[in-house]
Write a protein that binds this ligand. Structure first.
Ligand code: ATR
Length: 269
């Protein structure tokens, strides 16, 4: 019998998740269906309860419901609890109970280390932004030499810094205070959506630096600035596929190969 899965968000029509999971299923011979579901902004919980009652085995959760998803879970994975982010992107139906996990952090780490061959251990990392996206991936940067968080609103950066553990140095800065190069710079702001440039100095980039934008689909002002300053540049498509692969593994118990799927999705753009 076909196992049913879905991605729930609002908006959702742009989501590439069905294409990714269909490719994983084909590759690993799993009999699954995977659809996009638009939940009303005030109707997320009801939508999930309906899916569970209809026998769906699991779902991915995207903007703006990741925090609400956390709240409706009956149980949570250890990494969700230890991250403290209060966000869930993967739901698993365990005999009618909802188990929540978050695969965003491991998705980012796998893309950076496995696909881009950039090792995080002992690196000086700069994260731009201190919203949900930044919070969701912080716990995946364990082993870094230092983490600096720069944000327009300094209190939010400070709050995030206080949640960091297992890293030698963690600090918060304003964009204007950045005055040295970093090994890895992750843009976790939503500025790519509006083509807004961040007030960041060119000195933070170098030819050995990886500049990673969590957005995908087009070159953002951050990516353009990084490229013009000689950095290696990556968008978030690899992370999207890797977080999906981890969710697929949680649901189906098999790990799909991701490189060919990243290429396949990139070719569609
Ligand atoms: P997400 O879930 O995508 O992280 P969010 O929680 O609303 O969304 O966070 C958006 C992030 O982008 C925040 O760090 C926000 O900065 P503030 O905390 O100061 O609001 C950042 N951001 C959004 N628009 C920005 C802009 N024009 N300039 C600088 N930072 C911006």
């Amino acid at each position: 019998m076909t196992d049913k899965y879905a991605v729930i968000g609002n908006p959702i029509s742009h989501s590439k998740s069905p294409l990714i999971h269909e490719a994983f299923a084909k590759q690993t011979n799993q009999d699954i269906s995977y659809e996009r579901i638009l939940a009303p902004l005030d109707g997320f919980e009801l939508t999930v309860r309906d899916l569970i009652a209809s026998g769906y085995k699991g779902a991915n959760v995207t903007v703006p419901f990741k925090f609400e998803a956390y709240k409706i879970c009956d149980s949570l994975s250890a990494r969700v609890i230890s991250s403290g982010s209060g966000a869930v992107n993967t739901l698993i139906n365990i005999h009618g109970k909802i188990h929540g996990d978050n695969t965003d952090g491991v998705g980012l780490r796998n893309d950076i280390e496995k696909n881009l061959k950039f090792l995080i251990a002992d690196k000086n990392i700069l994260i731009l932004g201190a919203g949900g996206a930044a919070y969701g991936v912080l716990n995946s940067l364990i082993g870094a030499k230092s983490i600096t968080i720069a944000n327009r609103t300094s209190e939010k950066a400070l709050q995030l810094v206080m949640s960091i553990s297992d890293v030698n140095e963690a600090r918060a800065k304003m964009f204007e205070e950045l005055d040295a190069p970093y090994d890895l710079i992750i843009n976790a702001t939503s500025t790519g959506l509006t083509d807004t440039a961040l007030p960041i100095p060119n000195i933070i980039f170098s030819k050995d630096c990886l500049a990673y934008d969590m957005m995908y689909g087009r070159e953002t002002p951050f990516m353009k600035q990084a490229r013009e300053n000689g950095a290696l540049v990556a968008d978030g498509l690899g992370m999207l596929v890797e977080q999906a692969a981890e969710a697929f593994y949680l649901w189906c118990g098999v790990r799909p190969e991701t490189q060919s799927v990243i290429q396949q999705i990139r070719n569609l753009a």
